[in-house]
Unconditional design. Sequence first.
Length: 371
Amino acid sequence: MKLIVPKEIVDGESRVGITPDSVPALKKMGFDVFVESKAGLSASFTDDDYKKNGAKISSKISDLYKNAFVVVKIQRPQITKKNNEVKNLKKCNLLTLVYEQKFKSEFSALKKLDINVFALEKMPRISRAQSMDVLSSQSNLSGYKAVIDAASKFNKAFPLMMTSAGTVAPAKVLVIGAGVAGLQAIATAKRLGAVVSAFDVRSATKEQVESLGAKFVSVESNESGETSGGYAKEMSKSYKNKQAKLLGDTLKKMDIVITTALIPGKKAPILITKKMMDGMKVGSIIFDLASEFGGNCEVTKHNETVEYKSVNVVGPQNLAATVSQDSSRLFSKNVLNFLMNSCESGRFKNFNFSDELVKDTCVINNIKRGK
Ligand code: NAD
């Protein structure tokens, strides 16, 4: 059973879907692993690393895709003037990040093929699936990298320093949205010595924020910010007004603001307006991790840094790819665990469609019984 790993072709995508350390386990499950030559190089994994772990290297795309049963990619297959990755797919099971609502034309091209597609971003957020959850593994690293990048852009040090030439005050960091990325951002900013505050509409996050040594900024309200599934919901107008007043006052004291607030299936809520930014310190930084989904700040532009009244607003693109060695390894482990979930006595025969993880992620099911 052939499992293949093509090289990613999207600009700035330096991750790879399967890393060499996962190959022995895949072989044990019954897969023959074929990797496109140099597929792992931008994540620091050489062809030799793959070969040593039992994978075969393909230099020709047609050889790589021939008789492939499982295709593992980070980015959905691309149709560009130079490349058409969709036409390579024949009677195979594609495991990738799909985002069908956002990339409608690519999704309809895939729907016409005799293939199955598993959208890894649709993995249910339940305990059993935690080890397969690519959103969490990648968001965690993005939260870390957001703080590192913001710190390197900032013209002040993070920790308190008592020196013979005087005292350096610690940086003040506010994290808005204490989900997976936000909690890692809090932990990273704390490690660097900043004084950290955080805010979230879900009251359950208060304890998590405080356990990381940060201060929880709370809105006085009886309104619950949580759905029965544990996700954030859109808040009432009166809550939003109270939140805006509280955030406006808090922002005046901050040096760096990391925003990560998302509501599943919706545009990111605007939490920082131009008016609030008027009161912010000169040279402060807003690092908007929600930029891909519209941003939490009124002036955010995805993949750009905007300066508004001496505040720099960064809208980063694909932060996980800037730590590609670790993000690839975690993505690969997530995929490995997902395949393992369909194994019987340690061997993979086909995807187990009676399992909810397989059912929920399978967004195109044109070859139900495999080949
Ligand atoms: P997310 O990326 O959807 O959102 C980020 C954060 O933004 C969330 O904490 C959310 O509450 C917050 N937010 C939304 N609107 C806001 C607003 N107006 N103001 C302030 N904050 C706002 O979240 P996520 O990181 O994917 O995690 C969401 C939940 O899912 C968490 O409870 C997390 O523990 C849970 N989770 C469970 C699993 C699992 O069991 N497999 C895996 C990952 C996450």
